[in-house]
Design a binder for this molecule. Structure first.
Ligand code: ADP
Ligand code: MG
Length: 753
């Protein structure tokens, strides 16, 4: 029997879904598959697992699984549900890519969708579970989509065995036709339970005109205006990314200072950082990466308050990229505003701050990315400021070139955002775009992720499960043929799949030939990284190179290890800071690049040495800050390195590598061999420099100055200026990927002799 604390019970009773408990449970009991739709905040994620728990689902033939597309949600929801049930994390636990607290006593397990997909590969029938809840299905993340496809087959199989499994799909929008009307997916249309939300009216205010560029400045002005002129109530601002979150938070804090203790501490460490910026280059001993003594006091402070400095560091990133002109800093009210950032990569503690009531007499203002759209509900928001923008990674199906673009979001997500203002009372949503733009330029819905990204990793995982005819798989939204073909071609060239084989079975004779997984492919499928990198790991076994390859692959698999400045700064001071920072970083990089074959390994040697050095120093914030490394990313690299090391030892029996915190830099010969392994994973990512155009060359030829020709594209491509090989421009190079910003830039360069 569950013994909830009285205050928990009280807050639960306010949730709309609680009055629907009976109909929700009846539908689940009577059907194999149930879809539950309800507005964000109606209580789906926190309550449905509790309904199931109380109905005995975790006691009979398995435990309760809940998948989330985001790590943050998996962690914070497991904590919340444990609290509400008055149970410990031993019983209500979570598992994400690198960590978890699952025990043999676990009854409710929150996990990312990727984790459950891995489990399907080990135990196709998911026999551990009596019920699987796929949460946030409206987000249409790739793994969610695949899981739904797989579960549509697993559920009937389990039922046939008499060991029933229930599937529950939860969505924050009513748009579930992709699941209900797709007869290939579910032969019998699953019932949809709609949870009425107690939504208060939200008044929508469109801008008369749409600002073309400076939506962040516009958002700043709007928040100022709300705070100065409108009655109390929290403000939630939607921007597109972490950097924008910090830029805006900083401006708002400057304008409406909130002088708490934490704030003072922040300022102190901010001064510290300013000083450290102008310091001269430390001497790095290249034999063991050790670095000449660092400022001891600073180090102590780092130990003192990890979190505060981290925050400050993150903020520092924006110093030079601020889009907000100083002129916006008008005087007037200095009533405190309690400003909090919210984005997926933010630490658990910081994230949970938004659930706490703001300090007395302060107005809460949360500056958030898409996370706040549906995954997390922030209490007491009365005003929403919506830039209407979203940052999405686009990728060219044929060439694989990726771009991050900031575009208009969809009507559906615009309405979700507005809805955040009406949870606790009538609210207002300020859209920083005109109604004409909304009507004409906004798509109805956002696209499912699966048609926006390469599918080589998915195809490999599916082949590993012996799903050979990818086209026959019951995807909620199938990827298109071109995508699948590109993936198969790559996997065949990497040796993970066989050349297409014609089936010998009579009834299959007319079908197109299929590719099957090879023994190498099976090894590769065990690594939680892109197939190209998995290939490098599988090869790294030779010549004692595995530890290095593991470190490089871990670094390549985590985004933005180096702090990169994307935008030129606004003010002169920032310009100077920017220049000295860039200069300093390029010096460090040159040092790390070394000589001989190390230097030819280029950006990957820099990455390897950065990881090695950081690890040698115990991966401190201070070290990362000083050397242009993103502390958060480095921590992730560290976890991934540990995980890959374990996996390597498991799947390559005589590998026997250990996680060496004092990994010596590779020798010249080793560096050369590492380059060969890199090349094996990227054989199709080779580029050759165009000959220098003669002085009298025409326009087309002139464009080829310093340009490269690669196999995938007709247009000239360039080495990114942040590469250590930028000046050198070797004739033949191999690159990780091409990103389009002002030009087509190759990133992650190594030279080929
Ligand atoms: P849904 O999944 O339908 O969007 P949730 O179950 O996530 O809804 O949230 C229900 C309510 O629980 C929300 O009002 C939210 O404010 C509250 N809540 C969720 N997590 C926490 C938490 N960690 N601390 C306090 N309240 C929370
Ligand atoms: Mg939810």
């Amino acid at each position: 029997p569950v013994q909830r604390l009285p205050e928990m019970q009280e807050s639960r009773l306010k949730l709309p879904i609680l009055s629907e408990e009976q109909s929700v449970m009846e539908t689940i009991n009577d059907n194999m598959v149930t879809i539950i739709c309800g507005e964000t905040g109606s209580g789906k994620t926190t309550q449905v697992p509790q309904f199931l728990y109380e109905a005995g689902y975790a006691h009979t033939n398995g435990i309760i699984a809940v998948t989330e597309p985001r790590r943050v949600a998996a962690i914070s929801m497991s904590n919340r549900v444990a609290k509400e049930l008055n149970l410990t994390e031993r019983e209500v636990s979570y598992q994400i890519r690198y960590e978890g607290n699952v025990t043999p006593d676990t009854k409710i397990k929150f996990m990312t969708d990727g984790v459950l997909l891995k489990e399907v590969q080990k135990d196709f029938l998911l026999t551990k579970y009596s019920v699987v809840i796929i949460d946030e299905a409206h987000e249409r993340s790739v793994y969610t989509d695949i899981l739904i496809g797989l579960l549509s087959r697993i559920v009937p199989l389990r039922n046939k065995q008499g060991n029933r499994l229930k599937l529950i799909i939860m969505s924050a929008t009513l748009r579930v036709e992709d699941f209900t009307e797709n007869r290939r997916l579910f032969r019998i249309e699953p019932p949809v339970v709609k949870v009425d939300s107690r939504q208060f009216p939200v008044t929508i205010h469109f801008n008369k005109r749409t600002p073309l560029e400076d939506y962040l400045g516009e958002a700043f002005k709007k928040v100022c205006k709300i705070h100065r002129t409108l009655p109390e109530g929290g403000i939630l601002v939607f921007v597109t990314g972490q950097q924008e979150v910090h830029t805006l938070c900083k401006k708002l804090r400057q304008t409406f200072p909130f002088e708490g203790k934490a704030e003072q501490k922040l300022k102190k460490s901010r001064r510290k950082k300013k000083e450290s910026k102008t310091e001269i280059l430390p001497k790095i001993n290249l034999d063991n990466y050790s670095i000449e003594p660092v400022d001891e006091e600073a180090e102590r402070e780092a130990d003192d308050s990890d979190q505060e400095i981290e925050d400050n560091f993150m903020e520092g990133d924006d110093d030079v990229t601020s889009q907000l002109g100083e002129d916006l800093q008008t005087g007037g009210t200095t009533e405190p505003l309690y400003v909090l950032p919210l984005y997926s990569l933010l630490s658990k503690d910081k994230q949970s701050k938004v659930f706490d009531p703001p300090p007395k007499g302060c107005r809460l203002c949360v500056v958030a990315t898409n996370v706040a759209e549906t995954s997390l509900t922030i209490p007491d928001i009365k005003y929403v400021v919506d830039t209407g923008k979203v940052k999405t990674k686009f990728y060219d199906k044929v060439t694989g070139v990726s771009t991050f673009k900031i575009t208009w979001t969809s009507k559906a997500s615009g309405n979700q955002r507005a809805g955040r203002a009406g949870r606790t009372g009538p609210g207002h949503c300020y859209r920083l775009y005109s109604s004409a733009v909304y009507n004409d330029d906004f798509e109805k819905f956002s696209l499912a992720e699966i048609i926006r990204r390469p599918v080589d990793d998915l195809v490999l995982q599916m082949k590993y499960m012996n799903i050979d005819r990818i086209v026959n798989f019951p995807f909620p939204t199938p990827p298109d043929d071109e995508q699948v073909k590109a993936a198969e071609t790559l996997l065949v060239s990497l040796g993970a799949l066989t050349e297409p084989i014609k089936s010998v079975r009579m009834k299959d004779l007319k079908k197109t030939p299929i590719t099957k997984i090879t023994p190498l492919g099976k090894v590769m499928a065990c690594f939680p990284v892109s197939p190209r990198y998995a290939k490098m790991l599988a090869l790294g076994h030779q010549h004692d190179l595995l530890s290095y390859v593991v470190a490089i692959v871990a670094g390549l698999s985590v985004q933005e290890v180096f702090v990169e400045m994307q935008k030129p700064p606004d003010t002169d001071q920032e310009q100077d800071d920017f220049r000295s920072q860039i200069q300093y970083m390029s010096q460090v990089k040159k040092l790390w690049a070394g000589t001989g074959h190390s230097m030819l390994l280029g950006d990957l040697m820099v990455l390897l040495k950065a990881i090695g050095s950081a690890e040698y120093q115990g991966c401190t914030i201070e070290f990362c800050q000083k050397h242009g490394l993103r502390y958060k990313a480095m921590k992730e690299v560290r976890k991934l390195r540990a995980q890959l090391t374990n996996t390597v030892n498991m799947v390559i029996p005589d590998a026997n590598i250990c996680l060496d915190p004092k990994l010596k830099p590779p020798s010249d010969i080793q560096a050369k061999l590492i380059r060969q392994i890199i090349l094996a994973g990227l054989a199709d990512h080779v580029a050759r420099r165009f000959p220098d155009p003669p002085p009298d060359a025409d326009e087309t030829l002139k464009k080829r100055k310093h340009a490269y020709q690669c196999t995938e594209l007709d247009e000239p491509v360039f080495i990114h200026p942040f590469s250590v090989l930028y000046k050198q421009k070797p004739e033949f190079i191999v690159y990780q990927h091409i990103e389009e910003t002002s030009k087509l830039y190759m990133k992650g360069i190594s030279a080929i002799e």
